[in-house]
Design a protein around this ligand. Structure first.
Ligand code: SF4
Length: 323
């Protein structure tokens, strides 16, 4: 991207303390830059650390190590109330599950307007007007404000979640599996809504999802995580149609192919073997016990993310590409 860097994570780590000197290595040494108005898709199996990464860069989890910069300013390691107040206007999150992320005892008007009430100087009248306007902008009606979450369908609840995040008019939004809890028939509607809002608001998105086809469709670049580490990043089409890392290869191969005329001509391949425990992370390459191309050094030497010689905008962590 030619636009300036908006957000940068450097060697970010998030470990969860399980007691007795045991730690879940949920996010381990991840670096990522996101440019203004870029959409970066983040994919990987369940438990790969995608959501934890998204929450840690927003300060919803304290960092264990590493740095996050927003517009060049280093973000706090541990957020205080005033930090949330300051950054809520810049960075927001759209959550995975529209059923559980909305307080059932709050009306939709209260849910959507809550951020403004907490983090802005707007009057009650201004908040009411903006809430009504945002409900209409996401395809609902202003007079829905007095209703409760259970009165809405899954797709409508996710629209409410989108309005709740975007009413703050942030520049950067983490979309954490925003469509995975929805019926297939409404997934495309929600993606199209996000796409339209991204364009009209000039948003920058980190789009976390399981569905690689959907991520390829919406993203400029695609990043792949495995067991807390990033293993590949590059232009979304390149990563999807021509994966370099063996994990990306089997992940793409096991992804349902919705389009029979797709350029991606590959047999579906199930990933073999068990994913190691994030508490006892193996030495060397974390994918070694499942990798069809494993070599001796893979069990002892940890591969680093390096740009490919022929594709400098693609980085891969694999000894197949080491010099
Ligand atoms: Fe496979 Fe080795 Fe590459 Fe890991 S480093 S993905 S085990 S070839």
């Amino acid at each position: 991207m030619s636009t300036p860097v908006l957000l940068e994570a450097k060697a970010l780590r998030k470990y969860f303390d399980m007691g007795k000197d045991k730690f879940v290595h949920a996010v381990d040494d991840i670096s990522l830059t996101v440019h203004e108005q870029e959409i970066v898709g983040l994919v990987g199996e369940s438990g790969s650390g995608k959501s934890t990464f998204g929450k840690t860069i927003l300060g919803l989890h304290d960092k264990t190590a590493g740095d996050v910069y927003y517009e060049g300013e280093r973000l706090p390691d541990v957020y205080k109330a005033e930090d949330f107040k300051k950054y809520a206007r810049k960075m927001q999150m759209i959550f995975q599950d529209p059923y559980s992320s909305l307080n059932p005892r709050m009306t939709i008007g209260e849910v959507v307007g809550e951020g403004l009430k907490l983090h802005s100087q707007d009057s009650a009248k201004q908040i009411h007007e903006r809430t009504a306007s945002w409900l209409e902008r996401v395809g609902l009606q202003a007079d829905h404000m007095s209703r409760y979450p259970h009165e809405f369908s899954g797709g409508q609840r996710q629209r409410i979640g989108i309005a709740r995040a975007l009413i703050m008019e942030p520049d950067f939004v983490v979309c954490d599996e925003p469509i995975s809890a929805l019926d297939v028939s409404v997934q495309a509607q929600v993606v199209n809504l996000l796409d339209e809002l991204k364009s009209s608001m000039g948003l920058t998105l980190l789009f976390i999802a399981h569905d690689l086809s959907m991520v390829r469709y919406v993203s400029d670049r695609m990043a792949v995580m495995y067991l807390g580490s990033m293993v590949e990043i590059g232009p979304a089409d390149e990563v999807f149609f021509n994966p370099r890392h063996p994990y990306t290869d089997v992940l793409v191969g096991s992804n349902p192919e919705p389009d029979p005329e797709s350029e991606r001509k590959r047999p579906s391949t199930a990933i073999q073997g068990e994913i190691p425990s994030p508490i006892n992370v193996p030495a060397g390459c974390r994918f070694a016990n499942r990798c069809p191309k494993v070599m001796e050094q893979c069990h002892t030497v940890t591969p680093q993310m390096i740009p490919l010689a022929q594709e400098p905008d693609r980085q891969v962590a694999c000894h197949l590409y080491s010099a």
